[in-house]
Design a protein around this ligand. Structure first.
Ligand SMILES: *Cc1c(COP(=O)(O)O)cnc(C)c1O
Length: 399
């Protein structure tokens, strides 16, 4: 078992916070009380139509937007728990007290840093190539980075011996280890056994943060959210921005042990998740919403398979780097000698956007990604356009 101890790992000023309580925690809004407790506008918002036109969509009453949101979001949390209580990884059952919800995963990434890392003293471990927000958020909080690159070919994975020995070094003050599975930009799922070894580190007093932003593109039941019931030092972050297609509402979730969830919920701004976001999120997690999400996911998976079939047939496209568990693929662009080449990849990236109106992402500067473009899987028509444009562009660039 991990020697994790929240009392000594968490910053003392954060540990001392109490969860926010409002008058409505004591006196519920049952429709009979008049609510004169929160300085809201009794005459309501400056809107005359009562609800969004909804034919089989979420019911949103715009005329109640003068009310502050629910700081606890229990109905939304219950739906998130139902989605992840698959009992594939434990017999225990997640409940809303295992959850933090916020403005995208980005809020959870930052909240964890503020909860555990003392500015100017502590650090976090990250494994490049990885998501950029961990380091941005660390810099904002004056927290330093310890980088242990992923092992490259054949598939990106964790360098477990180096990670374990680095976490043993108490002079580094590593409080959090951010892992991404499926990885961005790698698209690879991390091995469950590898993660277990980090969680069971014999001496490290810190928290494993597993970013599962793309988990719904991976095979069923791949999410390790349930593992937060088995380990006290695990946070699993998810988001509605990717498979659920709701990047615009900004809703992220962090599953974790009850004590860590209490810390995150005490630290957050009380009304971080707004009424429109929670209404749409609850609809997305309803039976109807989940069915539609799975329908869209199946279409994207079909187009992902098509790209995997078709891209290697194009002259100048090299190896697929990393995995296929996401809604994007990382491919090498080759020079005349058949080598992955950043000059070629950058030229292709620019020409694709400027002359063909197709925008992908250049990732060649990332560790282990020489010559790579990250291509998001689009609709059938978008994939057709990408394939044609990429073939032409590679001829233009490589001659
Ligand atoms: C897109 C992405 C997120 C999503 O962040 P939100 O703030 O929830 O939109 C989180 N982690 C990774 C690795 C991502 O690629």
């Amino acid at each position: 078992m991990s020697p994790f101890n929240l009392e000594t790992c968490c910053r003392p000023n954060i540990l001392a916070l109490e969860p926010y309580r409002c008058a409505r925690d004591d006196y519920k809004d049952d429709g009979t009380n008049i609510l004169l407790d929160a300085n809201e506008n009794a005459y309501g918002p400056p809107i005359t139509t009562s609800s969004s036109p909804s034919l089989g969509g979420p019911e949103i009453n715009l005329l109640t937007l003068h009310r502050y949101p629910d700081p606890h979001q229990s109905p939304l949390k219950s739906l998130l728990c139902s989605l992840r209580n698959t009992h594939s990884h434990t017999s225990k059952t997640l409940s809303p007290s295992n959850l933090f919800v916020g403005v995208g995963s980005d809020e959870a990434i930052d909240a964890l840093l503020r909860a555990f890392c003392r500015p100017g003293l502590d650090s976090i471990l990250v494994c490049p190539p990885t998501y950029g927000m961990y380091s941005v958020s660390a810099q904002v909080n004056d927290v330093s980075l310890v980088k242990i690159p992923l092992t490259p070919a054949p598939v990106f994975g964790l360098d477990i011996p180096t990670i374990l020995s680095t976490l043993s070094d108490t002079t580094k003050n590593i409080k959090l280890a951010y892992f991404c599975s499926p990885g961005n930009p790698t698209g690879s799922l991390l091995s469950k056994e590898d993660l277990r070894q980090v969680l069971e580190h014999p001496t490290w007093n810190g928290v494993v943060v597993l970013d599962e932003a793309y988990i719904d593109f991976a095979p069923d039941d791949a999410s390790l959210a349930e593992w937060v019931l088995e380990w006290p030092n695990l946070v699993v972050m998810q988001t509605l921005s990717k498979a659920f297609g709701l990047a615009g509402i900004r809703l992220g979730a962090a599953f974790t042990s009850e004590p860590i969830a209490r810390v995150l919920n005490s630290l957050k701004a009380p009304y971080n998740v707004n009424n429109l976001t929670s209404a749409i999120a609850e609809y997305a997690l309803s039976q109807d919403g989940l069915a539609k999400m799975r329908e869209n996911k199946a279409k994207l998976v079909e187009q992902r398979e098509r790209l995997i079939q078709e891209l290697p047939k194009i002259n100048g496209v090299g190896r697929l780097r990393g995995g296929t568990a996401s809604n994007f693929l990382l491919y090498e662009m080759l020079n005349g000698e058949g080598k992955p080449d950043n000059k070629v990849a950058l030229a292709v990236y620019e020409r694709l956007a400027e002359t063909k109106g197709v925008v992908v992402r250049f990732r060649g500067k990332e560790y282990g990604c020489e010559g790579c473009l990250r291509i998001t899987v689009g609709t059938e028509e978008e994939v057709t356009r990408l394939l044609t444009a990429l073939e032409k562009t590679l001829v233009e660039v490589r001659g």
